[in-house]
Design a protein around this ligand. Sequence first.
Ligand SMILES: Nc1ncnc2c1ncn2[C@@H]1O[C@H](COP(=O)(O)OP(=O)(O)OP(=O)(O)O)[C@@H](O)[C@H]1O
Ligand SMILES: [Mg+2]
Length: 361
Amino acid sequence: MFPPKEVIGLDIGNYAVKIVCFSEDKKTVKLRDWGYIPLDIKADALPDEKKAIISKEIKTYLKKKSIQARYTAAAVSGNAVIVRYVKLPKLSRKELAQTINVEAEPFIPFDIKDVNLTYSILNDFSEDGEPKMNTVLVAAKREAVQDKIDIIEGAGLDPLIIDVDSFALETLYSRLAPKGESNSVLMLNIGQKVTNISIIAQGVTRVVRDIFVAGATFDKAIAKALKSDTAAADAAKRAHPLLVSEEDKAAAIENFDREGIAVSKAAAGVLRDLYTEVSRSIDFYLSQGVDHSISKIFVSGGMANLGNITKFLSAEFKVPVEVVNPMAFLSEQPKNIPRDVLPALAVAAGLALRRLKDWEE
Ligand SMILES: Nc1ncnc2c1ncn2[C@@H]1O[C@H](COP(=O)(O)OP(=O)(O)OP(=O)(O)O)[C@@H](O)[C@H]1O
Ligand SMILES: [Mg+2]
């Protein structure tokens, strides 16, 4: 089988569908196409209706842009996936393939029959004289994987890979990171329902956790503060930056910017909850006796656009915080992607790159 020449990275989110397609010519990667399709699906739509609407949106978009690629990489996240780093007795690859379900069972909180299980061996070591190995187990609920496959097929595409959001971010980071990266960084992908937290140490993901503090949580908090609905809250969150410095706060008070102050307060409250959750993951990582603390935080997802979010987070975490530009590694920078769409394309870019990476192996 020849590897497909072009693969569509398709990030089917709760807020928007993101599309990225790269092409590679003589080792130079170029952006072939990208897409951002905001979804407006009624809350009471049935699951099958929802899937059909998303498929149709994707199909229409691909047709409009005359995108020919058919092979697709998508991902699951949130409640649908469990990632566990576990020590297992040293087994050959063949032995592990045969016994993986039994070995994994105690670590997976779902019925093993309901999940697609994959794993990867990280390294071998010895403990109390016994040969062991560090592995990462990934269990994705079959139903969630099938939902993505249904949407892809419904759009007339061919599902090639179903990945995990956080691993797509690792793939992207491997392109963005300086060569021979020796630091540990934290990726924070804040979407609509889910925030993916991952810690990448020397290029390898060591902690993966998805939490449910994300865009919708901001909308709810802002709606409560403004006594508005969530649609108005979404608009307010786009219009008002977080007030971080004393000068920002003083200026808002002087200008009687009541709405701005209320939005900032509500958003800061949610960010503090997010901070607590992220700190837990950092503490967990540090408790494993690693010698590198987190040197930088990269924020992506649509919520990376919240005004002053990097300023706010770097003041809380006391490390530099940067918004991800998933195209930064390209030798030629695309000019037509709106600034606020860029960070939302991170997962889709990682998915599209994963394929390029796999060809090289
Ligand atoms: N310019 C902006 N300013 C503020 N917030 C924004 C902006 N653009 C997008 N957002 C917010 O980003 C969130 C959507 O982000 P994203 O597209 O990463 O989510 P998603 O991938 O569809 O969701 P999920 O991963 O949870 O399924 C929404 O809450 C949206 O309001
Ligand atoms: Mg997302």
